[in-house]
Structure formats: C-alpha cells, structure tokens
Design a protein around this ligand. Structure first.
Ligand code: ADP
Ligand code: MG
Length: 861
C-alpha cells in the first residue's frame, strides 16, 4: 500500500468501508472506479476499461463516467441489484493542501432510491428489515423512502411465513442482522432474489423516537430501528417526510401464502412476470399513480371484516350509480400529481419549480373534487367531501410566489413572481431600468451618428457593446468610442458610461438570481411544514381513485355486488373468470354456477383435459379475493362467506428457481394447505398427484381428500383426471361430484365448458390427442390399450400403496407406523372416539368395554 499514490491510498481507505458497493470516486468532471469495481462496472455498463499509474508496479484498472450523465448508469446498476456509493470532493480543489478531501455523501441501494426515473410510478419501492427473536418470532419492518410510509409486522409462522409475507410486496432490498443464521440468510436470498444488506444497530435514535409512537413492543421498535438506522446511514440527509410506523396485524387480513399469490396471478403472471394478464391488470382502472399503488396493496391484503368490506361496496355503489359525475371525477383525479412522492422529494430537497407548479395545479382541483363529491346521491360518498382539506393557504402561497413556467434548474432564476418579495422587485427594477437606459442610448447614438444600423448588443465575454458595420465606419467620428473587438465586417465599441450601467445591470441580475434561489429554498421549507397534511390528502385521493376504479371496472365488465353471509355457503350464479373472459377473443366465455350448500364442503371436478376445470377453480378464488378487497364480482349474483385464507395447488408453477421437482412442490403446497387451513378457508387442489406414477398419485389424492374432508373441513375444490376417485362420494358425505361437459360429434370432442352435477363418464384424453392430429395408427393403438386397462382392476377407495414415502410429508417422521391407514375415514373416526374419551371419569370396567369396542371397529377394516 505504501507504494500507491496518495489519491489511490485515499480511494482504498474509503472503499474499505463500502466493500459491497461500487465506489463512484469523484475526480473532476468524472466518477472513476478502480480495481475490481472497474472491471465489473465496465462489463455491466459496457464502458471502456482503461488503466492508470497509481504508484505501484502494475497499472490500476480504471473506468469512468461523466458526472452529469451518472444518473442513467446508477439506475442501471441499481436495477441489477447493486449498490452505489457516491464519493464527492468535499473541499475546493484550489484551496486543498495535498489530496482533495473526499467523502461518501450518499449510498444508493435498490431499496432506498429516490430519484424519480429509478422508481416505478405504480409500484411501491420497499426496503425491509428482518429481525429474528429467541422465542421464534420474526418482525419485518418496511419503508418506502419515496412515499415515507413505514410498517411493522410480526410473524410467528417460521421462515416460510416470512417469505410469504415478503414475496410479492415489491421489496427491493432486505436488511438483516449479520448474526442471522447463515442457513436463513441463504434461504431468503435464494427464494426472494433481492439485494441483501446487514445492519446491527437496533437502538432507536432520539430523532426517530416519534416514528415509533405506535409500536407497543420492544421487538417491533428494535426491528424498526434496524431499518431506520440503515436508512440514516445510507442517506445522510433530511427525512422529514417519514410517517410514524404503523403496525400491520396480519390477523386482520386474508392469508394468501406465496404459492397462492403466484398461482392465482394476482399482480403478475407466472410465465412473463408482467402485470399484463394478471388480476391487477383487469382491475386497475385507477387514474393516479398513488391510486395504482394503493390498489396493489389492497390486492395483496384482502380484508376479513365484513363491515369494512361492505363499507367499500357502499362507496363503489354510490360511485357506480352516477356515470357522468364519476366520469368528471376521473377527469379531475387525472390532473392530481403524485402528492405522496412529491412530499418525499420536498423533504429530501430534490424538488424544482416545476414540481411546485404541478402541486399547485393538483391543489387547484381539490375544491372541485370536494364539491363534486357533495353532489352524489349516496350519503357515504357525500360524507367524504367534508373530510377533504384543499390546503387553500398552501395553494395561495404557491400561486403568489411561483412563476407559471419555471425552468428545471432552481439556480438560474425565472422562478419567483414579481410582487412577492420587495428586494427582488428592486433588483429587477434596477436591471430593467438599466436596460431601458441602454435602449435609449441606442436611439440617441443612432441619431447623433446618423448610422441607422448602429446597435447595442450583449455577450458573456465582453458584456454590452456598440456595434457598427464596416460599411458605416466612415460615418463614425474618430475617437468617439473606445474600440473593443474587431469582426470581419463590423467593429465593436464601448463607452465608460455603458460599462458603468453594465456593472449595475449585471450586479442586479446576479443578486436577483441568488435571491430567487434563497426564496425558493424558503418556499420549500414552508411546503415542508405541509407534508403531513399533503400525505393525508394523498391517502384520501388514492382511496377515492381505487374506489372509482372499482366502480368503473364493475360497470364496464358487468360485475355485481356480492352478498356476504355469516355462514359457510357459497352460491354464485353465472360466475366468470375475470381475466380469461378479458383475454379471450372471438369466443364467448361460458359462465358457470358455483354451489356449496350447508351440507357440501368439497366439490370433486372431473372432465377431459382442456375442458375448463382449472379455470373454474381459479374463478372462485379470484371472485373471493375481489369480494374481499371491496370490489364487485364477475357474476350475476353471489352469496359468499368471508374466507380467512386461500390455499392453492395449481399446476404450471414449478419452482424452477429453487430447482425443486414438480412433485415436491406439489407436496409442499398441499402440506401447507392441510396444516394451516381452517373450516373458513378455501382450498383449491388441481390435479394433485399428477407428478408421480398413477397409483401413487391416486392414493395420495384420495388420502388428501379424505383428510381435508374429515379433519380440515375447509371449502375445497378438487379436480382430478383419476376417474376412479369419483366413487368417493359414497364414503365422504360432504363431497359432491361435478363435471365439465364435453360432447362428441362424429368422434370429435367439443368443449362446452359447462359445469354439471355428477361425474364425467370418460376421460376423453384420446380424443384430445385426435384433436391434436396425432397419427391415426397411434390413436387406434391407444384406444386398444385403454380398453385393456379398463378390464383390469384399478385401485379404488381405501387402498393405499405400499410405497409410503410420499405420505410422510403429511404425517411427519415420528409416526411412520400409523401413517399407513392414517387418512382413511375409519381411522379418523377411531381417533375422534379416542380423543373424546374422558379417562379420568371412567371405571376400569368401562375402560375395558370401550377398548373392546374400539378394537372391534378397527378389525372391521
Ligand atoms: P382443464 O383444467 O380442464 O384442462 P382449463 O381450465 O385449463 O382446462 O381450460 C382450458 C381452456 O379452455 C382455457 O384456456 C380457456 O381458453 C378455455 N375455457 C375454460 N373455461 C372456459 C369457459 N368457462 N368458457 C370459455 N372458455 C373456457
Ligand atoms: Mg387444468
């Protein structure tokens, strides 16, 4: 190290404190990177790798980017999950003795970007911290720096629950304890695929205490402290806009595990990872970015409280009833700017005059919105009106102070209106008078010299000058003016008087630009004081936007208000799949009823491939979710309960990233559902057992159905291509068979996509092959083989294969012996009998009798 030049030594010292970030080292007009940073950055950013002499024997790898175009490069690196440390010169190079002092002034990370063009308008940008506690609980704290929101959530369901919570919440970066067990860190990284950072200071600083006022537990404060201390460390600037941390109690929301969120394609599709084709895509009729972000949050956390949900329906209904008023409301909302992120930038100090003009325009719409709401017939909609504060004084302040078309820069004047500040007016007058004097001078000199083309001009180098064309020079009396500059066909002159005025004008202009900057900063500070009110307004506007979006989408797509029942029955008439009906072209979507009466908990759906089984199942789950976020639902009529959780096992979601096999994923998802579901949950199991050999699969499918039927009692939709399972309705009394109809015309299958009672009669698989135009010879052979199979015995109810390996997922290792028959109805009954015994109150004889009866029952099997 001793051989390096002082600057490289300085570099290495700073770099040592930012090992996990690219160090953007300011050198004149460039940010330079050295050593490994340079090698990686040149590859990632496709810029030239060079080298420089750094005092050592070998030259040092180096690459650089101009500082004025750094933003795009930073964006690129952040987008790839990297962090960037911005290291600036913090003293004037001219006055520096030795190497210029440099410091890291900001650490930009994926979870803490503030710059507008690195953020997605319609999505939050969360940084999350995770803290693990000895009692097995985890606390996750979230922050979106751009909007200022903070949340804290406590979880007790182990690491799986943490991953489910974080998944799909637009978390871009995660801060963990450096002592979090490595296996946890690895699993989190692998499954979430986001940037990781560590931070260990969990003591809340004095200045942040007010942010923790609602956190009533030490654990939550610690978790939040980890988050906020990391933010302070990376940002090093004012964070006035941060809102007090809110506790999110997960018990107040429907639980959707990670698999279901993904399988149901709520906010993005599985295949393309994009919004197009997701439920969010269909439902998003918001017109503001704030509203779009709120809708996404609602979708991620459907409600459980009937009153809350119905409150939303009432508002949607009120908005839905008045088309024209709703359309005007949409128009007004469209001109409301992103107040949430604007507040963030005000506090952060990176707003300009144009932002404030947008703010002014936004505020100017609020009184209209307020008035419009008061004209709605619905009382609930009307009641929103008085709660909205149009922040008139803020509007007036902006109106009085800011010019209407300010430049991007806040350092070049052109921002502040005349009449707002006396001193500014004086400077402007001085400059104006000076300019007037110059105009008069031009007239005077023209007359005196008789040169019509004489003119007074200005440039940055020479200031004001009198210009006379060469052709007219002979008219100018010798020595009248002082020669300054010679051009090819003109001469430029000055006079002492002109120079004097020039000095006055330039001074006035310089002072006025400086003063404008000062006034702008003062204005910004004044606006800062309004941040909490602006954030509240932003929240109200977002709400209104989401609700008008629901009303709009419900009208356009013909959705209807569901009735929520307290019981467990489901009755949906002419239900549709909200996404498929939208993407289908040419053909009409075929609506179907869903009916679970008081005596039905489980529907077993059979039908040929491609008939619509999966669609029917998802349709129900999506309808439930739409209902519980307060939206109307795609059907003619719905009477449904509020589901506490939805579980799904639906094909085509193989976890390619973590490299697990289809079958393993299937079993994990099924296990997850079985262990967590209650009788108020909804379970969708689509062709369980498909990923393994037939007998295995069928045995598992049956065992799972029996287990859910007897022990879980959740509302369950189960689809299968194992036709044999349809006889289960003989033994499972709350199971009903339904099938999707397909009809045969001239040996071809026509899919009707209609759900009917009872089991499907045959499998149609071969007909599908025919449709796919496989060779005739092959089809004939398959038909023969099928006939052969059908003659042989197939394993039906009650027979579980000897290969019990798969089952152990459900039973756990400790109970290998009992697993064989564990899921059969009889055993469950036996178990229940056993559990219900009150041994303490039995005589020995009674106990003997019961034991005898139980054994007899067991032997029947
Ligand atoms: P399965 O699960 O029975 O194999 P899917 O549910 O995947 O069948 O449906 C296959 C295709 O059939 C869907 O992609 C869709 O195009 C169409 N489809 C399904 N249900 C309907 C319906 N109710 N109306 C119209 N088309 C449907
Ligand atoms: Mg299917």
């Amino acid at each position: 190290m001793t051989t390096y030049t002082p600057m490289i030594q300085q570099y290495l010292k700073i770099k040592a404190q930012h090992k996990d970030a690219f160090l953007f080292f300011r050198l004149g007009d460039f940010y330079e990177m050295f050593f490994d940073d340079a090698i990686v950055a040149s590859r990632e950013l496709e810029i030239t790798l060079t080298s420089r002499d750094g005092g050592s024997e070998e030259r040092i790898p180096m690459c650089g980017i101009p500082y004025h175009s750094a933003e795009n490069y930073i964006k690129n690196l952040i987008g790839k999950g990297y962090k960037v440390a911005i290291c600036e010169q913090v003293e004037d190079p001219k006055s520096a003795k030795g190497v210029v002092k440099r410091e890291v002034v900001q650490l930009i990370t994926p979870g803490t970007v503030m710059e507008g063009n690195m953020l997605t308008d319609k999505e939050n940008n969360y940084l999350a911290s995770l803290s693990a506690f000895d009692d097995g609980t985890f606390v996750v704290a979230y922050n979106d720096l751009s909007t200022g929101e903070n949340h804290v959530t406590q979880l007790s369901g182990g690491l799986d629950a943490v991953i489910s919570e974080l998944f799909n919440r637009s978390v871009k970066e995660m801060v963990v304890d450096s002592k979090l067990p490595e296996q946890y860190q690895n699993e989190l990284q692998q499954r979430l695929q986001i940037t990781f950072s560590t931070h260990d200071n969990v003591t809340i600083q004095k200045e942040d205490e007010q942010l923790t006022q609602d956190l009533h537990q030490e654990k939550m404060i610690q978790a939040f402290a980890r988050l906020i201390n990391y933010i302070r460390l990376t940002q090093k600037r004012s964070l006035h806009h941060l809102k007090p941390a809110q506790i999110i109690d997960l018990n107040e929301y429907m639980t959707l595990d990670m698999f279901s969120k993904r399988n149901l394609e709520l906010t993005e599709t599985i295949m393309r990872k994009g919004k197009h084709g997701s439920l969010l895509w269909v439902l998003d009729q918001t017109v503001t970015a704030m509203g779009a972000r709120m809708l996404k949050k609602w979708l991620e956390r459907p409600l459980l409280k009937k009153v809350q949900i119905e409150d939303r329906y009432d508002l949607v209904e009120g908005l839905l009833q008045q088309f024209f008023e709703r359309e005007s409301l949409r128009e007004m909302l469209k001109s409301v700017y992103d107040l949430e992120r604007l507040s963030g930038r005000v506090s952060y100090g990176n707003v300009n005059g144009r932002d404030f003009i947008q703010l002014k325009h936004s505020l100017s719409k609020i009184p209209d919105i307020k008035n419009l709401l008061s004209t709605f017939a619905s009382e609930k909609v009307q009641a929103l009106s008085p709660t909205i504060d149009p922040l008139t004084d803020l509007y007036d302040l902006l109106e009085q102070s800011l010019m209407n078309d300010p430049p991007v820069s806040i350092k070049e004047g052109g921002l502040i209106k005349d009449g707002f500040d006396g001193r500014l007016d004086d400077y402007r007058d001085a400059s104006k008078n000076g300019k007037k004097w110059i105009a008069e001078l031009e007239q005077r000199e023209k007359q005196e010299t008789g040169i019509k083309s004489l003119k007074i001009g200005y440039n940055r180098v020479f200031g004001y000058y009198i210009e006379i064309t060469r052709a007219n020079l002979h008219l100018l009396p010798e020595g009248k003016y002082e020669r300054k500059q010679t051009l090819t066909n003109a001469e430029r002159y000055v006079t002492p008087e002109l120079k004097e005025k020039e000095a006055l004008i330039l001074e006035a202009e310089e002072k006025s630009v400086e003063l404008e900057y000062e006034l702008f900063i003062q204005l910004r500070e004044k606006v800062k004081a309004y941040i909490p009110k602006l954030q509240y307004l932003a929240d109200q506007i977002s709400h209104l936007d989401v609700l008008q979006g629901f009303a709009t989408v419900s009208e356009v797509n013909d959705y209807h208000r569901p009735a929520l029942n307290e019981g467990r029955k489901i009755r949906i008439e002419k239900g549709r799949h909200p996404v498929i009906e939208k993407v289908m072209q040419q053909v009409e979507f075929v609506p179907n009823d869903v009916h679970f009466d008081d005596k039905t908990d489980m529907l077993l759906i059979t039908g040929p491939n491609m008939s619509g089984k999966s669609t029917y199942m998802r349709q129900l789950a999506l309808t439930a979710i739409m209902a519980q976020i307060g939206c109307y639902v795609p059907c003619d009529k719905a009477d449904i309960p509020v589901f506490d959780q939805i579980f799904t096992r639906i094909g085509a979601a193989d976890d390619l990233v973590s490299g697990q096999s289809t079958f393993m994923v299937e079993m994990l998802e099924a296990k997850h559902a079985i262990t967590n579901a209650t009788e108020n949950s909804l379970i969708l199991l689509d062709e369980i057992g498909r990923g393994t050999s037939t007998y295995d699969g069928m045995a598992l499918a049956q065992a799972i159905m029996e287990y859910i039927h007897d022990n879980v009692r959740a509302k369950t939709l189960f689809s299968t291509h194992y036709h044999e399972l349809t006889t289960l309705d003989n033994t499972l009394d709350r199971l009903r068979n339904v099938h999707v109809r397909a009809e045969e015309y001239n040996g071809n299958v026509v899919f009707l996509h209609q759900i009917h009672d009872g089991a499907a009669d045959e499998s149609y698989g071969i007909h599908v092959a025919k449709l796919a135009k496989l060779p005739q010879q092959l089809i004939e052979r398959a038909t023969d083989i099928l006939a052969d199979f059908e003659q042989k015995d197939t394993p039906a109810k009650g027979k579980v294969t000897d290969d019990q390996q798969q089952l152990s997922f459900f039973v756990g290792e400790s109970s290998e012996k009992k697993q064989k028959k564990d899921f059969k109805k009889l055993d469950t009954e036996l178990l229940r009998d056993l559990q219900s015994l009150n041994i303490m109150e039995m005589t020995p004889l009674e106990a003997m009798n019961v034991l005898y009866r139980l054994q007899k029952k067991a032997k029947q099997d």
